[in-house]
Design a protein around this ligand. Structure first.
Ligand code: EPU
Length: 420
């Protein structure tokens, strides 16, 4: 198991290219199961989650080939069973359920199991698929779904914390091959859902309204192969923007989609960070003293939960009190006690973290618990005095392509070490 050793105190400078979005490419890969024809997906980030999904598709019978950043998938003949050993490694793999049901009218997919950021129920996915006519039972740790006929219908996907991203993806992917019209109400509006809808449309699906809370899908008899380029990763871009502000550097993010990042850029500006936008490039630097801000995570277009941990680090550097309220995954605060090991002063009160910022951070060994918590610890390590060793760095490789190389090119002093 690798760890990352970081010598803090170097401001980041230069340019960094943003890769394709993890949370877009995973459902898009799953959508390739909907046709027997070849699909070509470009701008695919080299991530361990992408290779897990590739293994899952291979285990279902698809041929998967990654060449550079181009992925070719062909699912001529597939089986409908997603095994526990693969599915449990990545929660996002639940998005094979919709396409299997759409294509085969049956699916048996292991329940993904626990997750460190809190309970991750799939009741809304199952409700949505049932409303299309699937009979669903949970048996032996598996979701077993079957439909004589999939029929379009009205599906409401609003939950306690708002809409569900992968639930919307699953229902969309089943509905494209259902008979008649499906209307999803309270659909997730995330850009990754829109990217999936664009890929499905390129395959011949009829989808209107993706990116809004009402998505209308008119089922078609079959889909064909398609080519698609994945959108830039707004969470990777936000992570580099925050790392730049935290280290008091100046970095230009290339190939980004600033129009997908309004909530994050707005909060960065409010906290005293200058963000200049030129087309798909964003230049980030501090504009003077950092200012405390309050943040509440919300479904898109609100502030993303996937940037909450990274933003918390910036707040620890900001004199004054900032309050971060997590409304999507309420126990997504595993990074707080690790940040405290570096000297941060953060108290948890229910769904809120109260950050008393301004104390200097000093390097220490810390443990990564999930992907975004790892990113936060890396940012803290880049700022902290002395050396920070971030253990269990494999979490980072799930969602950040070559992050150590990218940071090194921006001047960071860090290296990978094998943990004993
Ligand atoms: N929820 C339910 N019932 C469901 C599904 C979700 O109550 O059936 C609740 C969840 O417990 C949560 C909220 O709804 O409180 C939103 O969860 P959602 O279903 O939208 O999350 P997801 O689709 O499983 C994706 C991303 C996550 C990201 C969330 C929220 C992928 C592969 N994962 O998960 O990404 O945090 O949306 O934006 O797309 C990450 O990249 O680090 C990550 C965790």
């Amino acid at each position: 198991m690798d760890s990352l050793s970081i010598k803090g105190g170097v401001p980041l400078h230069g340019e960094v290219a943003i890769g394709g979005a993890k949370n877009a490419v995973l459902p898009i890969m799953a959508a390739s199961l909907l046709t027997a024809e070849p699909c070509v997906i470009r701008r695919v980030p080299r991530l361990s989650d992408v290779s897990f999904m590739g293994q899952i598709l291979t285990s279902l019978g698809a041929r998967v080939n990654l060449d550079g950043d181009t992925l070719k998938i062909q699912a001529v003949k597939i089986k409908g069973v997603g095994d526990y050993d693969l599915i449990r490694k990545m929660r996002g793999s639940i998005c094979i359920l919709g396409p299997l049901l759409g294509r085969l009218r049956r699916a048996s997919v292991s329940l993904p199991g626990g997750c460190v950021i809190g309970p991750r129920p799939i009741d809304l996915h199952l409700k949505g698929l049932s409303q299309l006519g699937a009979r669903i039972i949970i048996e032996g740790g598996y979701v077993r779904a079957r439909a004589q006929r999939l029929m379009g219908g009205e599906v409401f996907l609003g939950g306690r914390a708002g809409p569900t991203v992968l639930g919307t993806a699953n229902v969309m992917m089943a509905a494209v091959l259902a008979e008649g019209v499906t209307i999803i109400e309270s659909a997730a509006c995330e850009p990754e859902v829109v990217d999936l809808a664009n890929f499905l449309s390129a395959m011949g699906a009829r989808i209107v309204g993706a990116g809004s809370p009402t998505v209308t899908i008119t089922g078609v008899k079959e889909l064909h192969g398609a080519e698609h380029e994945v959108i830039p990763d707004r969470i990777e871009a936000a992570t580099f923007a925050i790392a730049t502000a935290a280290t008091n550097g100046e970095v230009t993010l290339l190939d980004a989609r600033p129009d997908h990042m309004h909530a994050v850029l707005d909060k960065l500006r409010e906290s005293g960070v200058k963000v200049e936008r030129r087309g798909s490039a964003l230049t980030v630097k501090r504009g003077g003293q950092l200012k405390p801000v309050d943040i509440t995570t919300l479904p898109y277009a609100g502030f993303p939960t996937d940037v909450q941990a990274q933003m918390m680090v910036l707040m620890t550097l900001t004199p004054g009190i900032s309050i971060i309220t997590e409304r999507i995954f309420e126990s997504r605060f595993m990074h707080v006690s690790e940040l405290a090991r570096l000297g941060a002063d953060i108290a948890i009160e229910g769904p809120s973290a109260i950050v008393k910022g301004g104390r200097p951070l000093s390097g220490a060994p810390v443990m990564a618990s999930d992907l975004r918590a790892s990113a936060a610890l890396v940012i803290a390590g880049l700022v902290a005095k002395g050396t920070t060793q971030v253990k269990r760095i494999y979490h980072l490789d799930r969602g950040y392509e070559k992050i150590d190389d990218k940071l090194k090119r921006l001047g960071a002093r860090l290296g990978r070490m094998e943990e004993s």
